[in-house]
Write a protein that binds this ligand. Sequence first.
Ligand code: UCC
Length: 622
Amino acid sequence: MLVVMAVQVCCRGQRLSLLMLSRSVSHSSVSVREPDSHTHSHTHTPVPFSRSAIGTFFQERPLLTNSFTQDALLQAYLQRHLPEQVQQDLLLFGERLVSEIEALGRQCELTPPVLQRYDAWGRRVDRILTCDAWTRLKHISAQEGLVAAGYERTYGEWSRVYQMSKIYLFAPSAGLYTCPLAMTDGAAKVIESLGVPVREEFKRLTTRDEKRFWTSGQWMTERRGGSDVSSGTETVARRQQDGWFKLYGFKWFTSATDADVTLTLARITDQHGRSTAGSSGLSLFLAKVWDSDGSCNGIEVQRLKDKLGTRQVPTAELLLDGMSAQLLSEEGRGVASIANMLTITRIHNTVCAVGTMRRITHLCREYARKRAAFGKLLKDHALHVQTLSRLEVETRAAFLFAMEVCRLLGREENRSASDRDTLLLRLLTPVAKLYTAKQAVSVVSEGLESFGGQGYIEDTGLPSMLRDAQVLSIWEGTTNVLSLDVLRSIAKSSGSVLQAFFTDVTERLQVAEASAALHPAVTSLHTSLSALKRFAQTAAARPTGALEQSARDLAYSLARIYMGALLVDHAAWENATHTDIYAALRWCDQDLCPVVSRDGAGCYDPQTAVMDTALVYDGLQP
Ligand code: UCC
């Protein structure tokens, strides 16, 4: 029996008619029950599914309004740390997002790039055609200084926070234009830090002039390895008489391939065509992607990738067949040199992950004000609001983490970083990237669920958020590769990065100890920090295999403790609100130190690795 109930709800002074359809026992005939028990005569009963019976059902869509004015934590954070004019800029930017950028981003999703391989006369052209909105987003990015602000350094050590606050607002509206911006920023950083004489490229990557603005690619991934760059890179570089190089190789994933220039790795060959294997054989090159006549610079575009998400971004397989390139790094220092780019793109990834979380939480809470079920609005269902509140806690913790990493980067670039800041930046960059990426997938997924079936409907624009979130934990280093990078940073600094972490968290907790309301959170953080210290003391004596097994849980523990410390730090600020305190308490409810819990459960014992394999290949030969 199909039961149709019309529910009248009052929302913002508007009467909204909602039809709730529920299917129960199957009968051969379908009857319609009116919302009240009033019985109509047979002649007045509407015919099921006739126009009059269906009516004009629609659901109120969650409206996007200025994301800056909607964001209490962003405003408070900026108020605490930056001058008033930054808020004015973000206020205007928030307006532009709603009035202009959001529609452009959507157009990019709906009009993905295509590869034109030949022109009408049969000439091979390999043009990547992007939509007008993509070009417009490039211009807007320049005008708004989305890369430039990081290099103008108007706000000293807070310049990166300013720049990344804009990226954070931009990301969920921008149709993944954040991808080329991240790589452009990374390329500018590499050029700046190497101090190489490519001033024209640097100026173009960091300009606000839309006509001069260039974007950069970052071509690292080859057929034999995405993560294992050192042994997977086959591309060779042949020195030319003029000091430039010709590159030959196959790049398996190149993102935003419509870029103007790119950074890429290759092995320089000697006169016999031999090159050095491994990391020490790799050098870093800068190349223009397109020649001045619009043709490719010794590149064949094999195909565009067909991806789960990021469909707005042209991602290509490229054959480098004599691409002219300029050596950027010292010979054999390619990986170490491109690491600067990875730091920047990983920070962008973090900021974009948080931006995505923030967008979905805003849409969810907006929808909960409008959508009624079981006789009341979603916002009046305690269980629903509890779910949204948990998403909010995740988003707040991630926001503070992202901004702290940006602050550390800004201090380093402003030459005001202490040794501790530098160590923390090295340790926390991979931690923040890996943790926030996972959070983004989980928060967006839960957020979609709060729209019910509508969250699964393509033209609401919601599903693309989940698709696009999924890449955040893959590109720029998967969760496990980044967990190993955390171990690398500990080993390379002989544990100093951990010492910096312990000192920093302890100092933040000392400040927060003054607040009685924060007491449970601070106690929990102290306990977890002490447990982590004990784990770290014994870690060096453990076999390498056990350390590797613990790497992901260690990274998660660092993330959760640090985010907790930032939440209590923010909640202890004189202008903090009771919701700031509540968020800190809720965050510290969870297991803040899973590496210790899992160690206690024997998860890193040698026998456990054997059992893990047995479980994965249950009944099969591994
Ligand atoms: O390109 C991609 C997609 C582009 C899209 C960008 C969008 C961005 C966000 C948008 C937001 C919406 S995806 C491809 C990205 N590929 C990766 O992320 C590679 C993942 N693999 C790694 O990270 C590996 O750990 C490697 C390649 C870095 C490891 O290589 P090796 O050769 O095994 O590493 P080594 O030998 O340990 O390190 C070589 C040198 C060492 O320096 P020296 O020689 O001075 O001792 C290391 O200390 O590199 C240094 N190094 C680092 N330095 C290695 N990693 C780092 C680091 N993270 N920071 C500083």
